[in-house]
Ligand binder design. Sequence first.
Ligand code: ATP
Ligand code: MG
Length: 154
Amino acid sequence: LNKQPTAFAQLVEDTLETYEQGLLEKRILLKTELNPEIISYIDEDRMRQVIHNVMDNAIRYTPEGGTISVVLLQQEKMCVLRISDTGKGIPAHHVQRLGERFYRVDKARSRQNGGTGLGLAIVKQIVEVHGGALCITSKEDQGTTIAITLPMAE
Ligand code: ATP
Ligand code: MG
């Protein structure tokens, strides 16, 4: 793990740029609100992977015309990256198992959507080795919010 003080908003913005085409194709509106002053203590490459896995889900599981919002803010001595979508959501009894490897909600539906069920398990692992936390909240047919708490640089 190569943790460095990192301008997090810039990293998030750079990563989000790679989804322009995918968002356009599904007519998904992207809203961002990123505090530019946050310097987090993270491994850049791993954190790009985290953002990628969460964004990939948000786009894949949100129907056309939906909205994805990405917020970065400071909360006491940590920073929080919150990615919310207006997608199909996840039934409550599944949410707690989402950090498990290969766990998928609806195997038939998921198969046709591609994917292996590793995305969020990788997110959880990377966030936890940073001393951070992953929090998933979701409501069926309303949407999902992935909140990632990470340490700030000293
Ligand atoms: P992979 O990410 O490995 O390609 P995956 O997307 O199925 O495959 P995860 O990213 O770990 O695996 O997600 C696990 C399951 O949680 C998904 O199969 C999907 O059913 C559900 N899920 C994840 N994110 C969302 C979301 N934003 N909205 C609705 N369901 C979601
Ligand atoms: Mg995924």
